[in-house]
Design a protein around this ligand. Sequence first.
Ligand code: GLN
Length: 454
Amino acid sequence: DAYLGAIDAANPTFNAYVAVTHDKARAMAAASDERLGKGEAGALEGIPLGIKDLFATEGVHTQAASHILDGFKPRYESTVTANLWADGAVMLGKLNMDEFAMGSSNETSYYGAVTNPWRANGSNKKLVPGGSSGGSAAAVSAWLCAGATATDTGGSIRQPAAFTGTVGIKPTYGRVSRWGVVAFASSLDQAGPIARDVRDAAILLKSMASVDQKDTTSVDLAIPDYEAAIGKSVKGMKVGIPREYRVDGMPQEIETLWQKGIAWLKEAGAEIVEISLPHTKYALPAYYIVAPAEASSNLARYDGVRYGLRVPGKDIADMYEQTRAAGFGREVKRRIMIGTYVLSAGYYDAYYLQAQKVRTLIKKDFEDVFAAGVDVILTPATPSAAFGVADEEMAADPVKMYLNDIFTVTVNMAGLPGISVPAGLDERGLPLGLQLIGRPFDEETLFQTAHVIE
Ligand code: GLN
């Protein structure tokens, strides 16, 4: 009741929820009370969570914040949310996001922008919460849920976490089932939690993760007790600092933050080593070929027949056209056009195939560094703190917006786990995050190290 009351009072300001499931939340909470009464508590018994609108929830609003999924209520539950409910969690509602998870500011949502609960000192200017999981990050930051699900294709868990002073982890590709998660770029998409601290993130990830036959890319590996990693010393741990992440024009406050992170880990007994990831500069351009290519293919299914919106036309081809023209927003259309272009005959080899080769090189950069004994890599999470809603520079040039993902996309391209952890405030009083990147399936080291920083 406290959370539902907080949502009803604050959501008009933040626009973090696109649907609040009052009745369902109360029913789930009552069932939870009953289990608690019988001494049958699950790991998340009674914990109220917000769910990104990308996860299929049975009989409940699931639209990926798009107009084209108008009225869509799935007849099944995603594996991630089913796992959470099986552990006793309670659903508060569905969280706003960039349309089909395409964006870095939560401004491409059909439901409008989300407002970051943080403001710069002495300023009333509205800031973005980051994206695409902007609703998840804002809701956690403003206490409108105890934790949230999110997804990360090129930074969408870590960047909003950094912008809102929350913790977000993108697990290794294959750790969490993608079944029932609306697809953006299937070879990059991975779900994970956004939480108030590292321990909460560890508990939530343990519950979200599972080996799932319904997702062929789910990896059959035991899921460790992540919480047990928290509080373990990082003494003797080798922390890599990639020199290529010192990008041109990086603001001084980001450099200072990075140095602070290095100093904290050194003080805690870690060994700091400079490393090289030589193909880093190609990650962003290659990502913005691979992700739209896969998106253009995944989004072909929205045809006005199977799901959601249908705009009538004079024949079936016209109906497709009218529906897709009305149903998709500008950014989604831009991605479909880029994706279709790079996959078309004559351009496939020059763009898509080339990007796939670059992807292999990026992955190899990380493999070499880990093979040389580095346990974890420390970088800034984002190149800046949260920026303003309707920022003119970003609106005028989509590439400016894409540059937000410069430190996060490499991790998706390589399929590695990455965590963003709050590491202090900038001069204006806005939160900044540091990112830790780990070996495949070694999320434990990320929780262990992040807890030293938080
Ligand atoms: N900002 C990136 C994009 O728009 C990443 C989005 C994501 O991780 N879902 O593609």
